[in-house]
Write a protein that binds this ligand. Structure first.
Ligand SMILES: [Mg+2]
Length: 339
């Protein structure tokens, strides 16, 4: 198989702010895996927080390119082992290759990736739409631009978090979830959880820093008035068991864990441990979203709005429309590249 990639800079509709900073463009790599004239596509985004740049991602892809060139078409789980042996800790790069591998394998076999993963395709879970941090007026304007989603995920971590949620609750009856992106203390989390429960919020994502002590996490787990979902605290397969008893659920992202192959195992493990399951995304194109959406049957919560936040996309594939996950008629992940 042949491995190639392209650098892409995705323009956003609106600047996107979370507790850690603001984005205007999202840099990503589109990874292309080709065998006998058929191509599968994967995506990985550059990410300061996790320390991934174009250069670091391309260095990892260069390391694994020769190993892939020697391989015939194979099940993505088998190719994952080949790649993992070469770049065991480069999970962002692994995730893009793994996404392309499922897309290619499905296209050549004439099946969808959900079927390759052994999942029932009839899933009802809807996606949330994310409102990044901004002035309250701007956050309401962004909500009014997209008023028909069943669920909104509100980014918090400001000096006026409760006012933001109060203002949005005043204009919508939709389900609201909040994501503090590591910005709160134990005391803030417990206090905020009570007020947020009164506002009908469903859960809190990652209130504490990723390196908070287990004792701090347990205090929040036991005293929060709302369920707490791990994002930055749950990156890899090894983290799932560690989150038991500290979080009520986990938010898996393909780039954090290494792709569909480990993500599907993590979600099944979390369910077996009685935790809620969620898959989220970065701001990314339909290439990345189409991979993540294949996990829908394993999810209690979905956050697949990455491509909806873009001014221009680079592919057709799984489409998220007002929360509905609309699968493409193309096999694999369903991706048709437009660039
Ligand atoms: Mg998050």
């Amino acid at each position: 198989m042949k491995l190639e990639w392209r650098r892409v800079s995705l323009p956003l509709k609106d600047p996107f702010t979370i507790a850690r900073g603001t984005l205007h463009h999202q840099q990503c790599l589109i990874v292309i895996l080709t065998q006998d004239g058929v191509s599968g596509f994967g995506e990985v985004t550059c990410n300061n927080y996790y320390g991934h740049t174009y250069e670091s991602l391309e260095a990892a892809l260069n390391l694994v390119r020769d190993a892939i060139a020697e391989q015939p078409l194979m099940h993505p789980r088998e190719l994952y082992k080949v790649c993992q042996a070469v770049i065991p800790t480069d999970r962002f790069a692994l995730s893009a290759i793994d996404g392309a591998a499922y897309d290619l394998y499905g296209k050549t076999q004439g099946i969808r990736t959900t079927e390759i993963l052994g999942l029932n395709t009839a899933a009802e879970t809807r996606s949330s739409y994310t409102l990044g941090i901004d002035s309250i007026e701007e956050m309401i304007r962004k909500y009014r631009d997209q008023p028909d989603w069943p669920v909104y995920k509100i980014k918090l971590g400001t000096p006026h978090d409760l006012e933001i949620v109060q203002a949005l609750r005043a204009v919508t009856e939709a389900t609201i979830r909040v994501d503090a992106n590591c910005a709160w203390t134990v005391e803030q989390t417990i206090t905020n959880s009570r007020a947020l429960r009164e506002l009908g919020v469903e859960f809190i994502e990652q209130p504490l820093p990723a390196d908070a002590s287990p004792a701090a996490q347990r205090e929040v787990f036991e005293q929060s008035a709302l369920p707490v979902i791990a994002d930055e605290s749950c990156r890899t397969e090894e983290d799932v068991a560690r989150c038991e008893g500290l979080f009520h659920g986990i938010n898996v992202k393909l780039c954090k864990c290494g792709g569909l192959t480990p993500a599907s195992r993590m979600l099944q493990q979390a369910r077996a441990l009685g935790m809620k399951t969620m898959v989220g995304c970065m701001i990314e194109s339909t290439v990345g979203i189409s991979a993540a959406a294949q996990l829908l049957p394993l999810l209690d919560y979905a956050d697949f709005d990455g491509a909806n936040l873009l001014a221009e996309d680079v592919a057709r594939g799984v489409r998220i429309h007002n929360g509905e996950v609309e699968f493409s008629n193309v096999y694999g992940n369903g991706i048709e590249l437009l660039i």
